[in-house]
Design a protein around this ligand. Structure first.
Ligand code: ADP
Length: 644
């Protein structure tokens, strides 16, 4: 049986007993029934079935009415009164439940705040008063109004409904998670013992001064137990108190309007409510503290995430306000070469040696005005450091407002490489222009020769020279394009078999008939590597090209290519060797520099870019590349690529 069904059967059982207990105890005293549980039990029953569809809920209400009616008739009440009694007895818990739900303005039954407890009490009082006014309490005719007796009834019904409702709302509907820590078992046993002593003591001699003892378990429990634990304690105290009513000296007497035993009953329920209230408030406080700690952790996590993101950025980020520098990331420290002092008075130009692009120290007043006031959307270029370490920073600033404060966000972007690249490209462009001019002049010259003397001999010689010139121009343009592509290019690595790439390359050279002195290849490339196929091909093509170019014109170029597993695990080492003129002595490193050309020993002039690109392609794959002269003549180029 599910927890919900068990609860339902328990409350239904209680509800079957409740009208009997109420009406039967009414026999004891003609005006005040000592036990009047209908309101509380009815309310608890309704909280369990409230979620049912409307039709079923109406059925439950009708069944409650029938139970009250049948019990009243069985106990000898006239049917008309029994029906009225039943109707009012069902109306009261329904009004209480509906009013509590509506006034609370939140779903669920469990009071979360002290205000919810107040709402439950108000609903209990209002519904009890309604029952009184409608003459729903047995033996209390409307004609008795207004009387202190009615007030007494309303009070008793209200407090019993309220405390019963409160306890069972907590026990039935509260989620199991507790913000308050559970106390040790011996503490709970001790508390139960003391509570029993206090209740027994009070009922034993219900004279008022002693009855204050009842406060002890309430305060103790409310201050130390969980909310659920307090609910169990108050239920336990109520049961002990109910048992006490059977003591001989505690006979249900009615002496005066307010019998001492009844006052003690009221004290029991009031102190129970007080205990629950205390526990709920402690629980609320504990939840708030937990929530606060959680928020603290969240904002700390957010802060460190933000810091990590800022620190991971390549751009320097600085936040400044009226007080000075509020925060900055580690890229700023790196770009400016030192940590930032925080006070506003610092002289940026002097502190960091900021210069204009033409090398003058930046005027600090201008700089500060720009940083703290202007420059929204504009960019400023400053130079930091000297000589080879000098860097050009692009500074942009914009205003940010947060939580009513205004700050300035400065972004420092290192544009040194960009500037260098622009310089490089423009020098390359002028070099290309210069290189193209030469063959073009040659071409023009020979065309003129043919124009002047269009004989077959001249034409043949002119055509051969013109082809050479156009070949030279093609080479220049190709190198230029490759250079641009590799500079910007992204890597798309995949698994490639080295011998396949090289075979393809050899085939296409043959079919293009690139050279009359086709090189002879010796291939030993058993490895598969993880590389960008296009770039790998370009790399090998360059090396083969060079092997051919730098072999004396009357020799047949020999290219031997082999791959080995590198000493470093996970890498393949590829060697491309030729028997050509060999690298100029002592230039094993320089030949990889951009635009570096050796003495014109080869047949064809180059641009000095081939090996720079080759090394760059290897670098893009994470590998290394070197070259050396072979003792027996020629050169060997060695590079590493990731193994597949
Ligand atoms: P380019 O061939 O256009 O001059 P490279 O960057 O390909 O430019 O080569 C740079 C220099 O390295 C060449 O000018 C040449 O002196 C030298 N070099 C390159 N490859 C070889 C080789 N296989 N044998 C001898 N020298 C070479």
């Amino acid at each position: 049986m599910g927890r919900q069904a068990a609860r339902l059967w328990f409350v239904v059982g209680c509800y079957l007993l409740a009208p009997y207990l109420g009406l039967d105890s009414f026999e004891v005293d003609p005006r005040i029934a000592e036990v009047w549980p209908l309101g509380g039990v009815g309310f608890v029953l309704l909280t369990v079935v409230w979620g049912l569809p409307r039709r079923r809920l109406l059925l439950v209400l009708a069944a409650m009415l029938v139970v009250c009616f049948v019990t009243a008739v069985a106990l000898g009440e006239p049917p008309a009164y029994a029906a009225w009694f039943g109707l009012v007895a069902v109306l009261q818990p329904w009004v209480m439940a509906a009013a509590y739900r509506r006034l609370r303005g939140a779903p669920g039954w469990v009071p979360r705040h002290a205000a919810d407890v107040g709402t439950l009490l108000a609903a209990a009082i209002a519904s009890s008063l309604l029952v009184g006014l409608l003459g729903g309490y047995p033996g209390l005719a409307v004609t008795d109004l207004p009387s202190k007796v009615l007030l007494w009834w309303v009070l008793r019904n209200a407090v019993f409904s309220f405390v019963g409702g409160l306890i069972f709302c907590v026990l039935f509907h509260r989620e199991r998670t507790e913000a308050l820590p559970a106390s040790a078992w011996y503490h709970r046993v001790g508390l139960a013992g003391v509570a029993a002593l206090c209740v027994v003591g009070t009922y034993h001699d219900p004279s008022l001064p002693l009855s204050w003892l009842l406060i002890v378990p309430s305060v103790w429990g409310g201050m130390t137990l969980t909310v659920r634990g307090t609910a169990w304690l108050t239920l336990y105290v109520a049961l002990v108190a109910a048992g006490m009513t059977y003591l001989p000296q505690n006979q249900f007497g009615y002496v005066g309007l307010l019998p001492a035993a009844s006052i003690v009953d009221l004290l029991v329920v009031a102190s129970s409510a007080f205990a629950l209230l205390l526990a709920l408030m402690r629980d609320q406080r504990a939840r708030l503290i937990e929530e606060l700690a959680e928020r603290g952790r969240e904002s700390e996590a957010q802060r460190s995430l933000l810091e990590a993101v800022l620190d991971a950025m390549d751009e320097g980020v600085v936040v400044v306000d009226d007080q000075g520098v509020r925060s900055h990331n580690s890229a700023t420290r790196q770009l400016l070469g030192r940590p930032l002092p925080t006070d506003r008075a610092m002289a940026w130009s002097e502190t960091f040696g900021l210069q204009t692009l033409d090398g003058r120290l930046f005027d600090d007043a201008t700089l500060r005005r720009v940083l703290y006031e202007g420059l929204d959307g504009e960019r400023l270029e400053v130079r930091v450091g000297h000589g080879a370490d000098a860097r050009v920073l692009e500074v942009s600033a914009q205003s940010v407002s947060h939580g009513g404060d205004a700050s300035r966000l400065l972004l420092l972007h290192d544009v040194t490489a960009q500037r260098a690249r622009v310089r490089e490209l423009s020098s390359f462009a002028s070099m290309v222009a210069h290189d193209l001019r030469g063959p073009l002049t040659v071409l023009d010259g020979w065309l003129e020769v043919v124009e002047d003397d269009p004989g077959p001999e001249q034409a043949d010689a002119a055509l051969a020279r013109a082809r050479d010139a156009s070949e030279r121009m093609r080479q220049v343009i190709e190198d230029w394009l490759n250079y641009a592509v590799v500079q910007e290019g992204r890597l798309h690595p995949e698994v490639v078999a080295l011998d396949q790439v090289v075979t393809g390359l050899v085939e296409s050279r043959r079919s293009a008939g690139l050279d009359h002195d086709e090189p002879r290849f010796h291939l030993d490339l058993p490895h598969r590597v993880r590389a960008d196929p296009g770039l790998l091909r370009q790399l090998l093509d360059n090396l083969v090209d060079n092997a051919v170019k730098y072999t004396a014109a009357d020799d047949v170029p020999l290219v031997s290519m082999r791959s080995r597993a590198d000493d470093e695990p996970g890498w393949v080492r590829v060697e491309v060797a030729d028997r050509g003129v060999g690298i100029p002595a002592g230039q094993e490193e320089q030949i990889f520099e951009e635009f570096h050309r050796g003495p014109a020993e080869g047949r064809s002039q180059g641009t000095g870019l081939g090996l720079a690109l080759t090394r760059r392609i290897v670098g893009m794959h994470g590998g290394r590349m070197t070259a050396h002269r072979n003792p027996e003549g020629g050169s060997t180029f060695v590079f590493t690529v990731p193994a597949a």
